[in-house]
Structure formats: C-alpha cells, structure tokens
Design a protein. Structure first.
Length: 310
C-alpha cells in the first residue's frame, strides 16, 4: 500500500464517487480506479460495492478506511510537528467537547490557542460522553471532556468541574432558577429522556431510585438538541446540566430549576490516552481547555458549577 492509494480509498469512501474523488485529489479518474483496484488485489477482497447510487464501502472496506484515515491523520500530525522553528509549538490536536459544553467553550478555546500558538491546528468534535470516550480509546481524539469517570486502563483523567443537573420544561411551566424542584415532582411529569447507555440516563434513573419514584419516559433520544426541541414542543420535561440550556433560558424558550431531594451532580473530567506521552501541542491545548473551564465558572457563565476543591 502507498499513500496515494490510501488517500484514494478514504476520499472515495467519503464522497461515494470515483469522479468526485478524482476532482478533489487533482488526478484523472482512471488513476483513482487503478489505485482502488490495486488495493483490492493486495488485500484480496472487494472494498467497494459499485451501485447506481455510487461507491459504497463493503464491510472490509469500512475497516480499511477507518485504519487508513488514522494513518493519514498521524502522518499529517507528524508533518505539522516537524518545523524549523524550534521555539514554536506546532501540531494537530483533536479535542472532544461534551455537547452541553461546546457552545460555551469551543470559541474561547479556539481563540486562545490561535492567539498563543498559531502553529497548532485544532480539530474540535462534540458528542455525548460515551461516544467521546470511545473515540479516545480508538485513537480518534487526543483529549476530551468526559463525565462521571474516575479512570480506565486506557485513560488518565483529571477532574475539572462539578455541576448540578436541572429539571427543564417549556416556557409555560414557570420553573425558576432560584426555586429548586423535588426530583419526585419532576419525575411525575412525562419525561424526555436521554437514550439508555448514556451517562445522563444513568444519573437520572439512579436519582429516581433514591427518590423512591419511577420515570415516565415518553421518548428517548441521543441528542441534547432533540431533548430541548421535544420539551419546547410540549412532549414533557427533561433533565440537563444548566450549561446546556443557558442560552434557552436567556431567550425564554425554556424554563428550568435545579433538582433537589436528591440533588443530582455530574463530575466533568479531562481524559487523555495512557498509551503514549502527550505531545507538547496536546499538553498546551489541555492546559488551555482547563483554563477556559475555570474562566467560565469564575465569570458565572457556567450555572451551578463548582471547581475541584470548592
């Protein structure tokens, strides 16, 4: 295998067309076709199904695309780090942000890193904690915010902030940030729940047991945006961290109140892989991300949040 073949493989998988891939790679279409066929000959199995809708990776093709993409990313990272300016920190750093924190942290993080270390290329992904942890384990992220994790055989984690969860309802429900809602009262309403397997789902069901009640889940979703949309549509209440609804509260499209009896808290940590020492670029970005979390808490932009030790 060579780099041209791997680039052709990944590009065709991304765009679903040899013609489009050739345009993006600035080569002629027969060259891309030859590269794909050479790979298929080498591995001994078809990598794509040729359909009227385009080129679709086979199961074997998907596995090779995944590994080829990682190999190309590592080469890009090495190329970015090899610079004649020894005083500069350079490299590619892929950061994971929890969906609920992305709106608050992404732009300040990017601005701070670009200002202090313009040689660092940031790639920012957002998702639920379970997805981010899997991407860390798979090598697709260099560092990520996660929650309610104390460490794993593959990850080192550092606590960065604790935050209280809130009951969230439509604008007509009249919930107030200064009046806590007993968990049993919230659970008595139809509930828009995060999907099973999500850490927030576990926190909610655990709190329900402590409160001696059960959850009436009318719908479950793996998207925080959908949780909020369904609540706005009158399908029930939900439970979310306040940082994820700050803009909605300011706009008056949702109302919310901290949960009580019991209070429900989540701990957000910064996770990095144990497998290899972090590069200087990764260490710089990790420090800056932690600093942005502390800044947001000190400026009271992160409701119901406490820093470690507070």
């Amino acid at each position: 295998m060579d780099l041209k073949q791997l680039k052709a493989l990944v590009t065709v998988a991304d765009v679903g067309s040899v013609t489009k891939a050739a345009e993006l790679l600035h080569v002629v279409q027969p060259a891309v076709t030859r590269q794909i066929r050479a790979l298929e000959h080498e591995v001994g199995v078809p990598l794509f199904d040729r359909t009227r809708q385009g080129m679709r990776p086979t199961e074997a093709g998907l596995k090779l695309v995944e590994r080829a993409r990682r190999a190309l990313t590592e080469l890009e990272r090495a190329r970015a780090e090899l610079t004649p300016d020894r005083g500069a920190i350079t490299g590619i750093v892929t950061v994971g942000l929890l969906d609920s924190t992305a709106e608050l942290l992404a732009e300040p993080l990017v601005s701070a890193v670009r200002r202090a270390h313009p040689g660092i290329e940031l790639r920012v992904l957002s998702a639920y904690s379970g997805h981010l942890q899997q991407w860390l384990d798979d090598g697709d992220l260099d560092l990520s915010l996660l929650y309610n994790l104390t460490g794993t055989p593959s990850l080192n984690v550092t606590p960065v902030v604790r935050e209280r969860l809130w009951a969230v309802a439509g604008p007509g429900e009249g919930l107030r940030p200064d009046v806590a809602v007993p968990f049993a009262e919230a659970a008595a309403r139809p509930m828009v729940m995060p999907a099973p397997g999500h850490g927030l789902h576990t926190l909610i069901t655990t709190a329900a047991r402590e409160a001696g009640t059960t959850i009436d889940a009318v719908v479950q979703t793996n998207s925080m945006a959908l949780q909020k949309q369904l609540v706005r549509g009158g399908h029930g209440w939900t439970v979310l961290p306040a940082v994820g609804i700050a803009a909605d509260l300011a706009a008056g499209t949702l109302t919310a109140a901290p949960l009580a009896e019991p209070e429900v808290w989540r701990s957000i940590v910064l996770g990095v892989p144990r497998a290899a020492p972090a590069t200087p670029a990764v260490r710089v970005v990790a420090a800056e991300l932690t600093a942005q979390v502390h800044t947001a808490v000190h400026k009271e932009q992160w409701p119901s949040a406490r820093l470690p030790g507070d």
